[in-house]
Each structure stands twice: as C-alpha cells, then as structure tokens.
Design a protein around this ligand. Sequence first.
Ligand code: PGA
Length: 255
Amino acid sequence: MPQRNKKKIIAANWKMNPLSLQGAKNLTRGVLRSARVPQGTEVILCPPFPWLGDVKKILRGKKGYSLGAQDVFWENPDKGGAFTGEVSCQMLKDLGAEYVIVGHSERRRVMGESDEMVNKKLLTALNAGLKVILCVGEWVRDENYVSMVTQQLLASIENISVRDLSNIIIAYEPVWAIGTGEADTPDSALSAAILIRKIIMQKFQRKNMPRVKVLYGGSVNKNNAYSFISQNGIDGALVGGESLNAENFAQVIKV
Ligand code: PGA
C-alpha cells in the first residue's frame, strides 16, 4: 500500500445506536480490541448523548481515539437555560467530547434544521473550543449538485474566521449515498472534495490558509474504504452503518 503522509481521520457516526449502555460499551471495547490505530490516524467515536461519558471512560488513555457528539445546541454554550431537550457545549466538554458533528443530513431532513441553525451551532461550538465535523451534501446527484453544495457550505460557514478552519472538518456526504449501500465513486467524491476546498479558498482569498480536511461519507464499508481514503484530496471517512460492527470498522481504521 502506498504511504500517505497526511493525517487521516476515521469518524464513526453511531446515530441512534446501540440501544443499551451495555451495547455501547461492548462496541467500544470491540473496536479497541480489533484495531490498533495506525500512526497518523485519528479515530473519532460519536455515540448518542447518553453513552458519551461511559464511552469516554473506556477510551481514556487509548492512543489515537477521540470522542465526538452528534449534535449540540447554540444557546448558552457555557451556562444552563430553559431549553428543554437540548444539550450545551459545556455539557459535551464535561463528558470529554472534543468533537461535534453539525449539520448531518438526517438532522437537516428529519428535524428540519436550516443552514442558519447549522451555522449557529458551528459558530457556538467553535467558540466553546470544540472541533466541528460539518456535513454537507446534495440530496440528489443532478446537474444542480455543485450549486447546492456551494450554497449549503457557504451558508453553513458564514462568519467563521480563517483561524477556525483548523478546527473544522468538512464531511462531504451525498444524501443519496447515506445508508443505501450505494456509495459515490472515489473520483466523484474527490471532485466534491476539491470543489469544497475551492469554495473555501475563494471565500477567504488568503495565501497562507490552513488546509481544510475533507472526509467522504455515505455507505463507506470495509471493502470500499481504501478507494476513498487513498485519494490524496480525501482525508478520511465518516462511517455510519459499518461503524456499528467492531470488526468491520476496525478494517476501515486499518486502511
Ligand atoms: P452510512 O452513514 O455510512 O450508514 O451511509 C453515513 C452517515 O450518515 O454519516
């Protein structure tokens, strides 16, 4: 396998799984047992809110592993408040989360999150010192996909500074590829990653900008992971379904 000198990120989006705390602990231990994280790779496990603290306890001191949440609220990042059902940045940090996923298509589609809400979450999380995995992607692949991704990305990153770019990872997730078993092709995922970097470069027009990390997500599995991650312009993967099987996910980590 060719050597890559870039840092690689493999993020696991467990979504609303597993169903029990015991299941979450078993999955975490299973991943640790099956995979030693290669040098230069960071693995980010993103369990549902209730399992964050316990997953963190198991991950503590394990090289190459970090904890992420799947969402966060934008109000009162460091104090309580009357926001029933919401979770603040401070709560996530207290449980040991370093990352948070923002703008996942399931939240946009099922919970009706707008670009504006995604942008508020992104800015709040960055200000609170969390790193953000920002998801963008078109609903359908047609001739409008470039303008849809461009518009969604620009609206989601409004008002960020150049410095924030070091703390943002963009996950390109074409919605039609999520959970369908029909992943994008590596070539077209790479084109989208190049497009995303170009949009950001045009927004800031600076010479010395941090290189933005771009992941691919959407039906990544142990068999196709290498074809995406080995692309120079793709820095890793955001993995849903396959991350719920410790052994298969370990294969993705080792790619
Ligand atoms: P999938 O999900 O790997 O099951 O397609 C990816 C995601 O939604 O982040």
